[in-house]
Design a protein around this ligand. Sequence first.
Ligand code: G6P
Length: 614
Amino acid sequence: MCGIVAYLGTEDAYPILVKGLKRLEYRGYDSAGVALLNNKDITLYKCKGKVSDLETHVGESVTTGNVGIGHTRWATHGPPNDTNAHPHLSGDGDLAIIHNGIIENYNTLKDELINRGHKFTSDTDTEVLAHLIEEVRSNTKVDLFEAVRISLNEVVGAYAIVVMDKNNPSQLIAAKKSSPLVIGIGEDGTYFVGSDATPIVEYTKNVVYLEDEEIALMDKKTGLKIVTIQNREKIPYIQELEMQLEALEKGGYDSFMLKEIYEQPRSIMDCFRGRMNLQKGMVRLSGIEKFEDKWVNAKRIIIVACGTSWHAGLVAEYLFEDLARIPVEVEYASEFRYRNPIIEKDDIVIAISQSGETADTLAAITLAKERGAHIFGVCNVVGSTISRETHSGSYTHAGPEIGVASTKAFTAQVTVLTLMALTVAEKRGAIQPERLHRLIAEINSIPDKVEVALKSNDIVEYISEIYKDASNALYLGRGYTFPVALEGALKLKEISYIHAEGYPAAEMKHGPIALIDEEMPVFVIATQGQSYEKVVSNIEEVKERKGKIIAIVTAGDKHVRKLADHVIEIPKSDDCLVPLLATVPLQLLSYHIAVMRGCNVDQPRNLAKSVTVE
Ligand code: G6P
């Protein structure tokens, strides 16, 4: 994981790097550092902690420099401490390097380098790379760009790196394999580098996304040159960024998470805008149209994803089976990639990923591709690796999601997956036109209904106050709301560190019921629809065991109100769209409980937003 940022230009590098690192902190935040180049001197500042700790560490005495690299870390090799923080230097101190990824053969390389007299100061795989490049350069007498290229041929693993050389103050070198890297091209030989475009967007809209095994030389005088590690020259493909700067700011909210929860009416609308025709009762997704035959003839859909995206996949399982009548399997990408799965050529694999960079999801895609499946991506980050590695796809258009716990990206994923299921259902003749028409109209009303669901904030805050000290919580749902229960439990675990489990309501009898006592809050999604009566029975079972029931109900419900300790109302909707509404109060609940417990909601401990290691 980790975030990397670099600057080469005429301005003071330090403020640009620090601002960029703050934008990338979602990728990891256990240590941070910068290296600044000034008059052939490299000054290194790094420490354990967040970027704000780095700022305190640096204090007022920061050296200026027009070239610099910065890093925010999520530790893989070596504990988070000052020494293991990046940047790392070569043995002679000439090179400084930042790295995101894992050098898998670093032990072998390190032993060889130690045998040849190299001395290491950290436990990291990154320092090994710095020494390797130094050695190649000194042995072969090639320039640094060529030395990086030769060295990377020795490396097994994943990397996004930037290398700075004190003898070449007008250059930076960057390279990537399996970890993302974007180069921003400013004016007059100014360059920016980032793990994503967020540190770059306010300076330039012109960017180049490096491909795997490409190395870029940025030179103030000679411009940008890209070659592959096999030494084939590539013409840089410059794209225009669509990202808006405001989307990266908190906009008056206390946290990104809260802002993102409240953005959902808008992000859901952005997701379906232009894809539905209300009058004609039509849904159109170009990613599906392009491969219509494959979808019409698909024998099976396999969904691969991780974390919250996996929960969106579970909702999609209900949607595709219910509406389009295609069998669906939902797989954790990390399991799928290692269990020799059976994949037929008539299978369609849907990969769901907010970041579009999750290592396990990427590996699952590679495997499914090798075995001949058609791969469809559902990503939020435009231009991300998964969006480029899939045969076709649909973006969720939720805008940048900065809070580590996913909120608006989840509801946007569910929205896109609903549109997909409807498109395919219509093409396969599996849905009656009236139902399709009705569902399209209902989707169109979802942003307003989410707005109403958000009005539950006060009652949710009140309930949070009562249960904030719970040690455990149970979340129950049934049918379409079972994945919502899982997602509700995950949100609480992630940001408030309360142990929580999501369960299908009826399965409770086969285990979790043993945990229920008067201390246990049980959050039940008991909206009116197909499973309503059954869930009401499950509520009775919890009540008999003195569990505390907090029920999410359809507005106006009287029956559950009599049984539950607290109810949270959401507007009525079709069963298949209820996940978009029922999720909202559960997001607010985890947010309030986390704040009341003094937790950092945007950067929960040990987590990172983009998991680019397996
Ligand atoms: C991490 C994040 C989660 C996210 C998961 C999958 O665990 O903290 O919020 O759901 O990765 O990420 P993806 O970007 O593939 O959706």
